[in-house]
Ligand binder design. Sequence first.
Ligand code: GLU
Length: 433
Amino acid sequence: MSQSRIPPASLGGLSYLDPAAPEPWASFIEQIERVRPHLGPLERWIETLKHPKRTLIVDIPIERDDGTIAHFEGYRVQHNLSRGPGKGGIRYHPAVTLNEVMALAGWMTVKNAAIGLPFGGAKGGIRVDPATLSSGELERVTRRFTSEIGIIIGPDRDIPAPDVGTNAKIMAMMMDTFSMNRGGTATGVVTGKPVALGGSLGRQEATGRGVYFCAREAGKRQHIAMEGARIVVQGFGNVGGIAARLFRAAGARVIAIADHTATLVNESGIDIPAAQAWAAEHAGLAGFPGAAPIDIEDFWQLECDYLVPAALEGQITPERATGVRARVVVEGANGPTTPAADDVLRSRGVLVVPDVLANAGGVTVSYFEWVQDFSSFFWTEDEINARLERIMVNAFDAIWQVAQEKQVPLRTAAFIIACHRVLEARAERGLYP
Ligand code: GLU
């Protein structure tokens, strides 16, 4: 074995970069490999994308309300910084792993480059179930984590944002902690903040809004009218809930919704604002009277125009893909479809609008927020939404065109555009030393 082929790091006996590593990193690696034939001379640099630039694992000890000490494991991965500072959310979930954060960071690199935002890709997370923490414990976890990753984040270095299990309030604590340690207010260190602290109007709805724009653009090419379109949405939080509301407001019929507490169907269309009010009051959809429970495997097989997975990764497996009866899958979540499932969907004529395009509305308005914080000049919500729509529609058009030219799926087309941008920057910068 030549020196360069020795696995670069080891975690539990397995190199954490091993392509045989567990999901979802292995899916990300497979998606990168699918771009290889399209890179031309830039292929020389492809390994860059399989090696996260910087990976930080931190211990987060806190005193619990009962006086005991608890330890949580936290991560911040800067997958690639060739095109600009790191950018990507922070996830609080009991199943978070380093492997998952690496994949999520890699998808941020691709997403930011595919859309044309001047950022690299990063992601962070804590292995914790926030629902089991009191508000004081949640604050202590957040502040200690922020201090620990404070050595690598900053407004011009790496800018976190919300993701699954985090929100504007947590971003406010992160911004305050970073600012306290620095001795000066640094609003631009995180995005997705409350508007009172330099947050942007429209940021909270942005991801769901982008999902809706992508569905509409796909529908124009597939001859699907939004009026009366049948919609199925998995995930009813900041992405799925808002997208469902926008679909309904545009005249579509949301026939099934799901969250971690319930999977529900109503063929005549679900009243989304009522379901949102119920979920807010009861910490989930369980018991919502406006729809009937349905088995999760039947949910994936519902006949619909748009299927929107907006929960976690790895949901559409090859087995489930075989039963999908949607015309278009619009990925609100990151990594919901495995590469093998992608192949099944394509062979069955189902169009997939990939995560790195479909859910990019969130980070796009994060970019607007960061720009507004730097210039201390704030835009109206109409300006935000109009700029978001323009960027999303342009990105959709560009990716669609590459997919047509090269006869590849939209995901591969998005990866081709993104990998060219990242690797061109990589090659131009050169290796140091
Ligand atoms: N967590 C979101 C994503 O996966 C937003 C990231 C951001 O705004 O930086 O795209």
